[in-house]
Design a protein around this ligand. Structure first.
Ligand code: TYD
Ligand code: MG
Length: 458
């Protein structure tokens, strides 16, 4: 007995309501309620369904045996690291990114690597035909008997095909194109995405196979469809990069089986994606040494230090209200640093536009980059370059003090390894570790001390 039901649902938090509202009472966001038409053909609601096969007993915690999750370790070391040591069996991983960034390419390559090692893979594509996928595979040089391609959008058939093929690893490309036959709303809508994800989760857990889901990202950079999708899956990875640059960054946003903040860097080449094993070298390649406004920071990305260039352009403003723009760093943080410079160093930045950019499209969000951002602003403002072999590490406080940061030794080591000659670091970070050879370590307590070390008329 099918019954037609109309309701409204929040795209962000899944709040349900019988009527449309401009502002969601659940999460307080505006314009997130969308209409959902759903045909419910289930039995009476409210009654729990008992099934002996799925009933679990509560057990005392001390009796639970701990076991490492079993992981499939791929030949792609960077992907393993972002996932926390390999693909966890029975996990559901969502990989989001702009169209054309290379999600399908990445997953087809992972599929190829796994199938080459004898693991059976099922690649379900609702976006491309079997032939198109084959063409891409040819371009990537994929040849394996264990890789199965399947062009379908009905999730029910996927279930059957999994029974038939018995894969260890499944790719669903993309969640916005598949549909659940029992839900009548259009593919990509809130209920479709939610039901399909729940079904895929169930398949992953009961059959103990790893499933990778592709999700497109909207203009605002969020995964299209409901945000609850991110809450449902085990791991969320974002694949980012600038279309006109070759390199791509795979970032872990949520991971039930490992740490987040890890990033992996790839290069998109003719023959597919290639891992970048030394990212600092790549990020510094294009740097023009001796240019005012450019500084280098050693920032921790997960467990690994990466050296990145920060660029600033500070110019007199032609408007009443100076412009502040930041790409790759937090704009509020930049404003704060500029205010510190005005107050503590007496620099007249009120009438200056400031554009700050992290080169290479990397996003940095740790306080240890403050000193490098601040120095880069001063360098552009004074039109004086810092030495090309200087690196800056430190958090800046409101009184102009340079504060201690984590993992200083690793950061300085990475800088020394790449040939940097001088590192400005917080004085409180000195002690308890040995300086690497070939690099002069300058401990500073305040921004004044640090700036006087690099510019001659401060
Ligand atoms: P694709 O994986 O289709 O992106 P998504 O699935 O995220 O939408 O990647 C498409 C882009 O990648 C396309 O612009 C062509 C480029 N590309 C290469 O540069 N080299 C390759 O070997 C492949 C397969 C694609
Ligand atoms: Mg694709």
């Amino acid at each position: 007995m099918a019954k037609k039901k109309t309701k409204f649902m929040c795209n962000d938090c899944g709040y349900e309501s019988a009527k449309w509202m401009g502002r969601c009472p659940g999460c307080g966001n505006w314009n997130t309620m969308v209409e959902e038409v759903e045909v419910v053909s289930k039995g009476p609601r409210g009654a729990f369904q008992h099934s002996s096969s799925t009933t679990q007993k509560a057990v005392p915690l001390i009796n639970v045996e701990t076991m490492e999750e079993s992981r499939i370790v791929t030949d792609m070391g960077e992907l393993n690291r972002v996932l926390g040591g390999g693909i966890v069996q029975g996990s559901l991983v969502l990989i989001g990114g702009d169209p054309g960034i290379g999600k399908s390419t990445l997953l087809l390559q992972v599929s190829a690597l796994l199938s080459n090692k004898g693991q059976r893979v099922l690649y379900m594509s609702g976006e491309e035909s079997v032939r198109q996928t084959k063409l891409r595979a040819e371009r990537l040089g994929v040849k394996s008997e264990e890789l199965f391609i399947y062009s379908e959008t009905n999730l029910e058939f996927l279930n059957n095909t999994i029974e038939e093929v018995q894969p260890k690893f499944v790719v669903v490309d993309s969640i916005q194109t598949v549909h659940h036959p029992e839900v009548t709303s259009a593919p990509g809508s809130v209920s479709q995405v939610r039901e399909c994800t729940a079904e895929l989760m169930r398949i992953a857990k009961t059959k103990n196979i790893a499933i990778f889901l592709v999700g497109h990202v909207t203009k605002e950079g969020q995964i299209a469809g409901p945000r609850i999708l991110e809450h449902m899956v085990d791991t969320v990875l974002y694949f980012e990069g600038e279309r006109h640059h070759n390199h791509r960054i795979l970032r872990s946003q949520k991971n039930r089986f490992g740490s987040t903040n890890e990033i992996a860097i790839f290069e998109m080449l003719q023959g597919g994606l290639k891992e970048v094993l030394n990212p600092s070298e790549m990020f510094l390649q294009e740097r023009s040494q001796g240019a005012p406004g450019s500084t280098i920071v050693a920032s921790m990305e997960g467990t690994r230090p990466i050296l990145v260039e920060i660029q600033s352009l500070v110019t007199p403003t032609s408007f009443n209200y100076p412009k502040r723009m930041a790409t790759g760093v937090d704009q509020n943080r930049v404003q704060l640093l500029m205010a510190v410079l005005e107050k503590r160093m007496g620099m007249m930045l009120q009438a200056q536009d400031a554009y700050i950019k992290v080169a290479g499209g990397v996003k940095l969000d740790e306080p240890a980059i403050d000193l490098a951002v601040l120095t880069s602003i001063v360098s552009s403002f004074k039109d004086q370059a810092v030495r090309g072999t200087d690196v800056f590490i430190g958090e800046v406080g409101l009184t102009g003090e340079v504060r201690r940061v984590s993992r200083i030794e690793q950061r300085v080591q990475e800088a020394a390894k790449l040939g940097f000659k001088r590192a400005f670091i917080p004085a409180s970070n000195i002690g308890g570790w040995d300086f690497p050879e070939g690099i002069q370590v300058v401990g500073v307590d305040t921004i004044g001390e640090s700036l006087r070390g690099c510019f001659n008329d401060i």
